[in-house]
Design a protein around this ligand. Structure first.
Ligand code: GRG
Length: 290
């Protein structure tokens, strides 16, 4: 099976798990409906894919890693719901469908985002995720540090500031690290934590893989935007927004991504192992089409 087909298959399995979780709640509130809509409204499930494949490779229990994957996707869904709000990117559509605030109203969308974020912490703090309180606290601490003002939210804030200023290329890359790469870093390091490991060398390698994966993911996202012309100022043929193509040519983006992938893989004994499924995955991301 090729990698794209495998990613889709794992996404289907993840969706079944997510729907079961959502249905089990037996919640009928407007807010829960908005939360489920934000989560189940399409999505490639690439973050769950990373967690699931890594967890299988390092032999973590399924009942544990699926909860970690779910919590992480809830944080991702929160960030997209909030990103679409009128006070942020003001997008009416997400994945070709009405964004959560368009479907459920702005107030519900704000609350749905907040509640998905707190639900992620609730999942991580539950014994079903891991019997050891130390492991659970390490997971919670990591998510708190990577999602907040020094992570996703901080990156989003810079993104908004840079809309009215002139960010340098380094400013843009640093912002991409915060708003996109930190959640990928969480996927990697949290899965390692879930295995009970405290090996600092491995933590550093996993952190780097997650970060570089995230930077590649964002650069290709920018490229896909360019190819669909959605962020192109057609008169000046320039990118609108904090897109990497403001500073790099198409070929430079490719070289930049290849370097990021090489540097995550080549100096790591763990990732340079041919049997490691995450090795081909990071290179595959450079050629992704969606
Ligand atoms: C805390 C409000 C707030 C925002 C955090 C993540 C984020 C910052 C904003 C989301 C907007 C955005 C385009 C971020 C870049 C990350 C990215 C490429 C998101 C899209 O991820 P995909 O392609 O989405 O995995 P799907 O639709 O597949 O789930």
């Amino acid at each position: 099976m090729n990698l794209d087909a495998h990613i889709s298959q794992v996404a289907k399995e993840f969706n079944t798990y997510a729907v079961n979780y959502i249905d089990k709640c037996d919640c009928k509130s407007q807010l829960w409906k908005a939360m489920s809509y934000g989560v189940m409204n399409g999505g490639k499930r690439i973050r769950p894919y990373l967690i699931i494949e890594l967890a299988k490779y390092i032999k973590i229990k399924k009942s544990n890693y699926m909860r970690l994957a779910l919590a992480t996707e809830f944080v991702h869904a929160y960030s997209l719901i909030h990103d679409d709000l009128p006070g942020m990117d003001n997008d009416d559509l997400r994945r070709g469908k009405p964004s959560t605030h368009k479907k459920h109203g702005e107030a519900n969308a704000i609350l749905a985002g907040n509640s998905l974020l707190t639900l992620a912490f609730e999942i991580l703090s539950n014994k079903k995720t891991h019997p050891s309180a130390t492991v659970r606290i390490r997971l919670i601490e990591l998510l708190a540090s990577l999602a907040g003002h020094k992570g996703l939210a901080g990156g989003q804030s810079l993104d908004l500031i840079y809309e009215s200023t002139k960010p340098s290329e380094n400013n843009i890359l640093a912002m991409h690290r915060l708003k996109t790469a930190h959640l990928f870093e969480f996927c990697m390091v949290s899965t390692l934590i879930l295995s009970g490991s405290t090996n600092q060398k491995k933590i550093t390698e996993f952190r780097k893989y997650g970060n570089n994966f995230g930077l590649i993911f964002q650069a290709i996202d920018d490229l896909l935007d360019y190819n669909t012309d959605s962020k192109l100022d057609k008169k000046n043929r320039k990118m609108i927004g904090n897109n990497i193509l403001k500073y790099k040519s198409l070929i430079e983006v490719n070289t930049y991504c290849k370097k990021l992938a090489d540097s995550a893989i080549k100096r790591s004994t763990f990732f340079s192992n041919e049997k490691n499924p995450l090795q081909s995955l990071i290179y595959h991301m450079i050629n992704r089409k969606t």
